[in-house]
Design a protein around this ligand. Structure first.
Ligand code: ATP
Length: 243
């Protein structure tokens, strides 16, 4: 059964139509990325899936008992508060030190629990937010523009980490990106949004679709090549391809 299915979901706000009959589904273990220009409704779509935005039409169906882990774009707290990484991960739910250490390790931040949050780099902060989302052992991880502010190598590293998490945990991943960079190559499936679903499919098929090119031009070839070039780790137990 799909983890999540949207059928003809329409969202209106402030008198305008923001999402127009969106239909999509997410299967267990797949990495799906939503791309689209500014204002195309990506954040609204994530908020709708998370239940923070009412639908005006259509239906959202989730698998019974589905657990979602949400990785916000930014720290949802004042970053200058004195707080260690481990304390932050223990809020608002208590978790054992062993579980916190395991989540930090999986997120690529071993031995950092005692560090102050304010001392983390942008890339480390994203991984700390990822570790926090992993503590709920989600079936579906949702990330809203997780690599904002990272350089292209930082982005590639973060998306490789996401794939590693998916391979180890078997969770599905739904990500949003306002730009293309390396995210498409890290995905099994890409959905191109512009109020409605313009096109969807494998990264390569979307990158060559006329609807996508009308929105973004031809500029993704370099980023796709960069990701493939950097992508030298092995996958275990999950068959998918980046070609
Ligand atoms: N609560 C709201 N009330 C009225 N209009 C809204 C509301 N939320 C979003 N919008 C409008 O809906 C459109 C889509 O916004 P959204 O933030 O979902 O786009 P986005 O694709 O995430 O954009 P960006 O890439 O710039 O982050 C915008 O025109 C925005 O102004």
């Amino acid at each position: 059964m799909n983890l999540l299915t949207l059928s003809d979901v329409t969202v209106r706000a402030g008198g305008s139509l923001i999402l127009d009959r969106i239909s999509l589904s997410i299967d267990p273990g797949e990495i799906v990325t939503i791309v689209g220009p500014n204002g195309s409704g990506k954040t609204t779509l994530m908020r709708t899936i998370l239940g923070a935005m009412p639908v005006s039409g259509g239906t959202i169906t989730t698998r019974p008992g589905l657990t979602i882990g949400y990785v916000p774009q930014k720290l949802p707290l004042d970053g200058s508060l004195p707080l260690t990484v481990a304390r932050f991960l223990a809020l608002p739910h208590r978790h054992s030190p062993k579980k916190i250490a395991g989540a930090l390790k999986l997120a690529g931040l071993p031995d950092i629990g005692d560090r102050q949050l304010s001392a983390l780099s942008g890339g480390q902060m994203q991984r700390a937010l990822l570790a926090r989302a992993l503590l709920s052992e989600p079936d579906l991880l949702i990330l809203d523009e997780p690599t904002t502010g990272l350089d292209q190598q930082g982005e590639a590293g973060f998306y490789r980490r996401i794939e590693m998490v998916r391979d180890k945990r078997g969770c599905a991943v739904l990500m949003v990106s306002h730009d293309l960079h390396v995210v498409m190559a890290a995905s099994d499936r890409v959905i191109c949004l512009n109020g409605h679903v313009c096109c969807h499919g494998t990264p390569a098929s979307v990158a060559s679709a006329p609807e996508y090119r009308a929105l973004f031009g031809h500029g993704t070839g370099g980023a796709l090549a960069l990701y493939r070039h950097d992508h030298d780790h092995e996958h275990h137990g999950h068959s998918h391809s980046h070609d």
